[in-house]
Design a protein around this ligand. Sequence first.
Ligand SMILES: [Zn+2]
Length: 487
Amino acid sequence: MEAKSIVKEAVAKRVPALRELHQRIWESAELGYEEIKSALALRDFMASEGFAVETGVAGIPTAFVASYGSGKPIIGILAEYDALSQLSQQPGCPTKDPIPGQEGGHGCGHSALGTGSAAAAVAIKDYLEATGKSGTVKLYGCPAEENGWGKTFMARAGLFDELDCAFTWHPSYDNGVWSTSSLANVSVKFKFAGRTAHAAAAPHAGRSALDSCEIMNVGVNYLREHVIPEARMHYAYLDVGGTSPNVVQDHACVHYFLRAPKSAQVQEILARVKDIAKGAALICGTECICEIQSGMSDYIPNPTMSAVIQESLTELGAPEFDGADQALATQFFQSLPEESRQQVLAGLARRFGEERAREIAAAPLEETISPLVLTKVAMPGSTDVGDVSYVTPTAQATLAGFCIGTTPHTWQVTGQIGSSIGEKCYLKAGEVLALSAAKVIDQPELCQQAREELLAETGGVYDCPAPDDVLPPIPEGVAQRAKEAGL
Ligand SMILES: [Zn+2]
């Protein structure tokens, strides 16, 4: 039997089990590093399929690696399963209607991401069994993509080092390969310490930590003109030193995100921002401590592995939506803000003419496949897949799981991913990643080619943006709860 038939059959025969798995993750809707029920659901599923599962990897209770097979190539499949706060929504409901008592929701579709990746891993197992070929598949349970950058810490722990390549995917409004880079970033807190004093009676005795923050921010705002135009520097006050204007503030803290197209550029900017903080402390007579929280490297889409995904997607086709899915998606499209809808319609009209634009809006689930055009332009955001892409050749698919015009991190995503639209999306993702892996198993020389491309890009250097002494920000009590739950 050919690879395509094996992976399609492998996914098809597991639809009820995958549906149950997805339901468990979608309903649990747990925030980053707290994905205990979701990690358990995935672990149970992988273990029931005969995978060896190691939990609690990289010091993260909800991270795991599930392995099957032996020998090379060693192929990694990345799974995410964290949710977002405030995005609870009834499944398939196109008007805002949160589930009572539930705050979080899968507004970025990571319930589907985790399930589709698990589907891919078990379909690769079937392919290895059916062909008797050499190869190992590893499903990586990667927590906290949204808020905690789990993969950065997993990459630092060396978990991806042995891989010949990694595949992942993300639900989207289109079908294709994730072809752009992303911004590298670093999250860093500047804590100033000064001395309190009566602000009217003895201001000369005080040393203001709040003034230090303000002067630091002024300095950074002057720096903006003298860094590369693509750089982004944003900050928020975490501590303003109390609420009394008549007390000189002896503590204050400002939290920065620094971003640029390449990790090395972020490090250069960070060095200059640290100097500014030192200068602010010197001006005010305070002390400054710089605490790096974590960071993400820029994403390097691997050309060879991206082409492998594109080929698989073209062979398999887009998710197969029916009339009921399109009708439901139309209602979701109508629920989008007027401005977003007009923007989408104007964009479609420019590309296809007004009549076709109206037709597309009436059936707004994408059923075509976008051509593969890799670009060095970074999308204006960051992802921790970037850290994996520095260590091993990495490629990502996108599969339609919500209607055109839907933006991630909205209740509309939670609602659509929780419906039959989401199911068709993750089932197809499983097939696409599994067929991509089968191609690598059949042609292991692709790994060498991909590795050479990666080396040309990085010189073989990966500097993890999270320093060795920075621990993943696991909320208090989670490790205990995870243990009690059996993780
Ligand atoms: Zn996401």
